[in-house]
Design a protein around this ligand. Sequence first.
Ligand SMILES: C[S@@+](CC[C@H](N)C(=O)[O-])C[C@H]1O[C@@H](n2cnc3c(N)ncnc32)[C@H](O)[C@@H]1O
Length: 346
Amino acid sequence: MKARLVRQIAAGGPIPFDEFMREALYGDGGFFASAELRSTKSGHFLTSPEVSVLFGETLAVYVGAERDRVGADFGLVEVAGGSGSLLAPLLSALPVPARAVEASPAARAALETIVGADAVFSSLEDLQTPMAGVILANELLDNLPMAIAQLTEAGWRERWVGADDDDLCFVDAPVRPEVGDWLARFAGPVEVGGWVEVQIEAAGWVRRAVRMLDRGSVVLIDYGDVAENLAPRRRDGTLRTYRSHHLGPHPLDEPGATDITADVNFTAMAAAAEEAGASVEIHRQDDFLGAWGLRGRISDMRRTELELARAGDDMQRLAVRTRRAEAETLVHPRGLGDFRVLVARK
Ligand SMILES: C[S@@+](CC[C@H](N)C(=O)[O-])C[C@H]1O[C@@H](n2cnc3c(N)ncnc32)[C@H](O)[C@@H]1O
């Protein structure tokens, strides 16, 4: 892919970073277009549903409450479900009509085994609207193509992708009007030299998802924060790659072979949801899962471990301890617990 992009850019000129990211992740040979399932324990990044089935089981409690609130015609849609590690335990705990939307063919195949081929779609726009229910996505927004801007002494400039011999490099470009508008609203405090990821496509996705809902909620879980809290991360920006569970090479070095991602600007996502008619709450993941019963389940497991220890059943005690340790990972305050959960209700 890199050689193809170098040739294309050498012939046609630099491209915006969002165009590069779309190609690197979803184009021919893209990271999520390959036959390999990416979000698995043996894959490239470890997400909450891959860490513990209690993620899906806890979200089932939330979805059940929404079903009671929304009433007739309730349905669940999971977007970007990856291997199905969220949907499977959720549906075991709460059998509701469910559909899945996935951009990756490998992930669609995995999801078909859970909800059936008729209920798996490649784009949100394939679903019938309006609908009642919950639209759920874990770690989708951080993977949607974004532009990159840098604040210079002369104001905002974009960073596009150019070619230098056999390599790709960032090149200076003027700010496109829509990028400039987004920066004025959502960049937050940034010092000269600071890099900002401009998440126009993610905000558009949020707007469309909320508009599809007649009654119910869109729940979006991801790393990131509101704009003012992103300020300390704005020196070099938060653009990064992951490979085999570790930070990977520079985002321009191995397109197609690494995940490309950045912290989500939740101020921009909340504004998009509100513009589409939802009322919005933003929680930390540890608080959100705790409020929907995970803390109670962790306490129950601790009690069970003690009882099993007293009974001398070490095998069972170790199994419960492993399950508890996985659940605690979901609410670790400096790890997954520090993720944000945006709830947009209608
Ligand atoms: C980081 S993975 C997360 C997978 C899963 N949610 C998890 O937590 O393990 C991101 C997923 O988003 C999917 N994706 C990206 N853009 C999408 C879109 N526009 N619609 C649906 N799925 C998308 C990718 O194919 C990939 O499977």
